[in-house]
Design a protein around this ligand. Sequence first.
Ligand code: FAD
Ligand code: NAI
Length: 479
Amino acid sequence: MSQSFDVIVIGAGPGGYIAAIRAAQLGFKVACIDAWKNAAGGPAPGGTCTNVGCIPSKALLQSSEHFEHATHHFAEHGISTGKLAIDVAQMVARKDAVVKQNNDGILYLFKKNKVSFFHGQGSFARAIEGGYEIQVAGETRQTLVGRHIIVATGSSPRALPGVPFDEDLVLSNTGALALQAVPARLALIGSGVIGLEMGSVWRRLGAEVTILEGLPTFLGAVDEQIAREAKKAFDKQGLKIELGVKVGEVKTVRKGRSASVVVNYTDAKGQAQSLQADKLIVSIGRVPHTEGLNAQAVGLQLDERGAVVVDAECRTNLPGVWAVGDVVRGPMLAHKAEEEGVAVAERIAGQHGHVDFNLIPWVIYTSPEIAWVGRTEQQLKAEGVAYRAGSFPFLANGRARALGDTTGMVKMLADATTDEILGVHIVGPMASELIAEAVVAMAFRASSEDIARICHAHPSLSESTKEAALAVDKRTLNF
Ligand code: FAD
Ligand code: NAI
């Protein structure tokens, strides 16, 4: 006999597992199905984010930053270390342990919230009266019946045409997070978020890193002034980024025990170039993942990229079927997926969950970190919005000086008439944490004057946000 549920969630990434927990909190009988396997073949809920995304990348960024500090910055603090060594296998093992803590944490949360977890591939079998039959292919095959289905099947890395990932020489994010030694020469294609974060990890650990980027502009979605400042810092670190290239043939060369990758490309001046590397990371974006879902069995509408088509409230073309996270339109971010998961569970309960895309913060966890929320200066110009801008450099912030990390600035954009904050853009230390204040301010539709009038602790990096707000009115106190 099949088990029946009010809500069945397919996928236990940040979109799916959060939707399942919220639906259970709201009193529904909930199942969550996830196919991800750990090294032993057991369940590993948490999706891309937990297993091969947000969490492991931040673990390696932390380890490599410690190494960078020990190598280049301890001496100025009067700390001598002697000769340093890196044990990459230990670094990766620590990262794996952090991932496992998160997998186990989600299994615990499912138990606590009485979410029934099924380990296996979930797929649509057929529509029935008042719901859908969902098959789970795990160690055994079972059929579940759900009144509401939430598709949260995430995304997969996009490969270069004709260059499949072998996770040995040509790596996706999965291979990039599992290298057992530092490659002497590392090539990356795509200087987006993954390219910059992964390039930073392996550069800090000693690799010579070259990133080939197709677009002529660096980080086109970022505020231009912030992107320029970040590029300057990356150049100084020796992260080589070539813009405006056209990647041609990619060849893997194996001779006896040595192996390398050759990337042929045309540079921005139209010259033919060839880059030889020990490993290649391809980070050119991700594609929605709907393979194995058997969407056609029920007529679930997908677009030409394979994304599930949804309206602004994550409803699909089918009654009672919803979709959230990377598998639908919008930014591919864990917190966006989570917010959509919560909103859908609340809508199923007759509430009015809502996600404001303008208030979704972005963070790139490089050094310096880059974070922003709201509109960029170039967007405001293009939209013809009259605005005032204020910025404050970390160079003039006491805490940043004490930290020894004075690169970058906070920049605030406010409506010229109402003074409402329209965007905040940060490049610098702890930008990932500082951006939260800006999100809160914008969610409450604060003005730059509101931030300027709020008492910020001294000495703290957050004083730079207050000073940027003062700068909107051309009255910084410390610069
Ligand atoms: P996913 O996390 O992809 O989860 C989908 C789950 O569904 C997977 O477990 C998959 O196995 C399962 N699944 C798929 N099909 C089926 C099926 N038919 N049956 C059963 N299970 C199925 N975002 C951030 O916000 N911050 C970051 O710092 C960040 N860092 C990242 C670093 C890297 C290297 C990468 C690759 C991504 C990063 N992201 C980050 C993006 C983030 O990982 C995604 O936006 C997020 O994971 C999307 O969540 P999701 O729930 O939609 O999908
Ligand atoms: P991305 O979209 O951030 O960057 C891809 C880059 O590759 C772009 O700059 C693009 O112009 C370039 N590109 C595309 N095709 C190319 C080609 N053929 N040759 C050369 N360059 C090419 O995608 P990325 O870095 O793969 O990451 C995927 C997504 O994962 C991100 O968009 C983000 O949503 C998420 N992510 C988020 C993180 C965070 O929040 N800190 C960290 C890592 C990933």
